[in-house]
Design a protein around this ligand. Structure first.
Ligand code: PLP
Ligand code: COI
Length: 343
């Protein structure tokens, strides 16, 4: 086991033992290569550098009570990567190749999987890029698929630390018929300016509205939106948000716990009616949102504030959902939906 202060981990790069990678050239995938070097060599004309031909995934491995390792829903990430690759017009690994490489990189970096009870996990980052020389704007015929891992703790805030967030009214992260529902790097580049301004104003999250009408809630820059209204789990139906695997799992967990589930358009003004609001995603898990400020401009003075319950602690229903999904990921309760691969 690596000598790491597991309880103090944030969400940051750490050098681990290996990355695994494979190249797509001349119409086929080459062998899987394990490398102790995190640096890769790509052509300076690579389409990923110039035209953003890149997509990625995020998933996690967890250490159970008896030391066993669980990987949460890698098949879903494999399928979502295929969808993103299809959008970019590049080759994608098969679901089997994706899962085998995830297993390999996790096993090669076992000592970096945080111990049970530490509150941390091993973040797995599969990435697919165009790497060969190219000048014209078109989908590259080659591709490099690689998977990196890093032990992580909380992303921003934590389950006991609700975050203060702001609606980005002067920025969109996606276009109405654009790439918002694909996990491509460009979407994240689009969110950096708003994120920087929000951080300067003391916010830990940026909430985007639907880019067509700016009437409905879409999602945060790196997580989906959910809310609790009475006994109902409410989340967003929009073709410009990333289809979150965590959100889909929480919808199921909510049903299993006897809650109602609604996936629908959520008008901004409905924020006033929610008991609890949260961010959900692989990195953020569930991060409760204590405050949403609605401002014409992130840095401006004018502000309508929405607060949810006690903004200093997580709401009861969000906490219940959080505990249940973590219990599944750590093997503390039966995995009735067969979500985890156990190594
Ligand atoms: N939305 C965005 C924009 C994200 O980057 C992420 C993170 O992956 C999510 C939602 C949550 O998706 P998932 O639960 O599959 O990690
Ligand atoms: C994830 O939750 O896996 C993500 O990809 C979010 C990331 C952009 C920090």
């Amino acid at each position: 086991m690596a000598n790491i202060e597991w309880g103090k981990l944030g969400f940051a790069y750490m050098k681990t033992n290996t990355i695994v990678k494979m190249y797509y050239q001349n119409g086929q995938w080459g062998p899987v290569i394990s490398s102790a070097d995190d640096n890769i060599t790509i052509n300076s004309y690579a389409a990923s550098l110039h035209y953003g031909v890149e997509c990625f995934e995020g998933l996690k491995a967890f250490r159970g009570k008896n030391g066993e390792i669980r990987i949460f829903r890698p098949d879903e990430n494999a399928k979502r990567m295929q969808r993103s690759a299809e959008y970019l017009g590049i080759a994608a690994p098969s679901v089997e190749q994706f899962i085998e490489m995830v297993k390999q990189v996790v096993l090669e970096n076992q000592e970096f999987i945080p111990p049970y009870g530490s509150g941390a996990s091993l973040y797995i980052r599969p990435t697919l890029i165009g790497f060969g020389p190219q000048l014209g704007v078109k989908s590259p015929e080659d591709a490099l698929f690689m998977i990196m891992v890093s032990p992580v703790g909380a992303y921003a805030g934590s389950i006991n630390e609700p975050v203060k967030t702001v609606i980005a009214r002067e920025y969109d992260r996606a276009a109405p018929n654009g790439s918002g529902s694909y996990k491509v790097g460009g979407n994240y580049a689009m969110s950096l300016k708003a994120g920087k301004e929000a951080a300067k104003e003391g916010y830990k999250g940026v909430l985007y509205l639907d880019p067509k009408e700016h009437k409905y809630i879409d999602e945060f820059s790196s997580s989906n939106f959910f809310a609790i209204k009475g006994n109902t789990y409410v989340t967003v139906d929009s073709n410009t948000v990333l289809p979150s695997i965590t959100n889909k799992s929480l919808e199921q967990v909510a049903k299993d716990l006897g809650m109602e589930v609604e996936r629908r358009k959520v008008p901004v003004e409905e924020l006033a009616q929610f008991d609890e609001v949260g961010e959900c995603g692989t990195a953020v898990v569930i991060t409760p949102v204590g405050i949403v400020d609605d401002k014409p401009t992130i840095c401006g003075q004018e502000c309508k504030r929405y607060t949810f319950g006690d903004p200093t602690k997580c709401g009861e229903k969000s906490l219940k959902l959080y505990k249940q999904i973590l219990a599944i990921q750590h093997g503390e309760v039966e995995d009735t939906h067969n979500w985890c691969i156990v190594l």
